[in-house]
Ligand binder design. Structure first.
Ligand code: CTP
Ligand code: MG
Length: 169
């Protein structure tokens, strides 16, 4: 599967915990392009799992994303982005900087994502949280293209993905 991603774009990864977002980001993008909500939670609250730090973490993430986009640098947002308000903020940010918002959905089976999450010592949340994310993801899959994303790529075989950098203009 070939994904054409404009050089200058804001790429929103979308997927439940354990769907493989961070693995995908590491494999296909440079470390400095990737802004991860976990890294920003750690930066502002010393704990990447501290959900009470999410508002501050996203504030900081959006701020850095804006600075990069203003300088003509691509941004890849590694966060679940399964909730509409999270995606709306990213579309608005892309528009404010005149770059294309692109979504890459990692549509990994919930059972696989749960197995991986359960195996991680650094993930403590329960099965119900993942189920809730999956319900939000199903809704997202119906609504994404109407939310302003210029391209929506749904990935079910991440090992089979080739990213092609597209010159936007
Ligand atoms: N993993 C795997 N095979 C893949 C992708 C991921 O075994 N094809 C493993 C990773 O090594 C990791 C776990 O599954 O231990 C979760 O993958 P990760 O990429 O970290 O998932 P995320 O979607 O980033 O999860 P989170 O939202 O919790 O950060
Ligand atoms: Mg991750």
């Amino acid at each position: 599967m070939r994904l054409d991603i404009p050089d200058l774009s804001l790429v929103a990864l979308v997927g439940i915990s354990g769907s493989g977002k961070s693995t995908f980001a590491r494999r296909h993008f440079t470390p400095t392009e990737v802004l991860s909500s976990d890294a920003f939670r750690a930066m502002v609250a010393d704990d990447e799992n501290d959900q009470s730090a999410s508002a501050d973490a996203f504030d900081a993430l959006h701020h850095v994303a804006g600075i990069r986009l203003r300088a003509g640098r691509r941004v890849v947002v590694d966060a679940t982005n399964v909730r509409k308000h999270a995606r709306e903020a990213l579309v608005a940010l892309a528009r404010a900087h005149d770059v294309l918002p692109v979504a890459i959905v990692l549509d990994t089976p919930e059972s696989v994502a749960w197995q991986r999450t359960e195996a991680r010592p650094d993930r403590q949340f329960g099965r119900a949280v993942l189920r809730g994310q999956q319900q939000n993801l199903r809704r997202a899959l119906r609504e994404l293209s109407r939310e302003g994303f210029r391209k929506v790529h749904v990935v079910t075989e991440p090992d089979d993905v080739t990213i092609v950098n597209e010159r936007a203009w």
